[in-house]
Design a protein around this ligand. Structure first.
Ligand SMILES: [Zn+2]
Length: 191
């Protein structure tokens, strides 16, 4: 069984799915959906379609240049049946897939690292600024609610102080690693 890719978006197409178009020059195009077929008729470049594999690869949104992809090649000449070869191939496929999955995960987390940090900071800020909304005045007695509010205010002032302190320290620290970085670079060049 061969799982073919859509000519437009690059999505996997299982047997019995999608449609095929054979051009005058005998080139075969396969489409996963009506949407992809219509876009092809309109001569839309798949690199400009946000949902296509081509777009995601050209914009570094997915792992594209990796040695694990070299295993996935179309071979039109079927080899002579050999039980050992088939068994070892199936074992190799599993191994390659697991390696590819791990690399894709690490690629994704590296790509999302900065945005995750920003999102986390935004959520923390929201909780700090709107803590009074989270306190239910019916469930929590007034004295306790006041205490929580006071605590949150003190936490805020403490954090502000800390932030002011860290920005200064960061400036001081920044001067040191710059020199060390350049030293490391020079070491690498020497080697
Ligand atoms: Zn498609």
């Amino acid at each position: 069984m061969r799982i073919l890719d859509c000519s437009m978006c690059g999505a996997p197409m299982y047997p019995g799915h999608g449609s095929t178009f054979v051009r005058n020059d005998a080139k075969v195009f396969r489409y996963c959906s009506k949407k992809c077929r219509k876009l092809f008729v309109r001569k839309v470049n798949p690199r400009r379609l946000r949902y296509s594999k081509a777009y995601r690869r050209t914009h570094n949104k997915e792992l594209s240049m990796d040695t694990t992809f070299d295993f996935e090649k179309v071979r039109n000449r079927p080899p002579k049946y050999d039980r050992e070869l088939y068994a070892s191939t199936i074992a190799a496929i599993k191994r390659v897939n697991s390696i590819q999955y791990k690399r894709q995960r690490s690629f994704y987390f590296n790509r999302m690292r900065s945005s995750m940090k920003i999102r986390k900071m935004a959520v923390q800020r929201e909780i700090k600024t709107n803590l009074s909304l989270a306190i239910n005045p019916v469930a929590v007695p007034k004295l306790l609610a006041d205490k929580i509010r006071m605590n949150s205010n003190s936490i805020l002032t403490q954090e502000l102080k800390l932030q002011a302190g860290t920005t200064n320290s960061v400036v001081v620290r920044r001067d040191q690693p710059e020199g060390s970085d350049s030293d490391e670079d020079s070491d690498v060049e020497v080697e």
